[in-house]
Design a protein around this ligand. Structure first.
Ligand SMILES: [Zn+2]
Length: 70
């Protein structure tokens, strides 16, 4: 899989993306990595998704489900 990190920005502070952690684009800042961890599935992660109106099912599971139907 080819992802050009320089095409992306950190989702949390907007600096240049240098990492992909927990399915989020982040920079090297530990604070941003921690935010990615919390957003992805830290304590109460799925409750947060629910509160934002997002599906509780993780995106990668949804993708697998879609692929299996095609
Ligand atoms: Zn950042």
């Amino acid at each position: 899989m080819a992802i050009n990190l320089s095409d992306h920005k950190c989702q949390f502070c907007g600096k240049e993306c240098t990492n992909i952690v927990y399915a989020a684009f982040t920079c090297d800042d530990p604070e941003c990595i921690e935010k990615a961890r919390l957003e992805r599935g830290g304590p109460g992660g799925h409750q947060k998704r629910k509160a934002e109106g997002k599906p509780i099912i993780p995106d990668d599971l949804l993708e697998q489900d879609l692929k299996s139907k095609n």
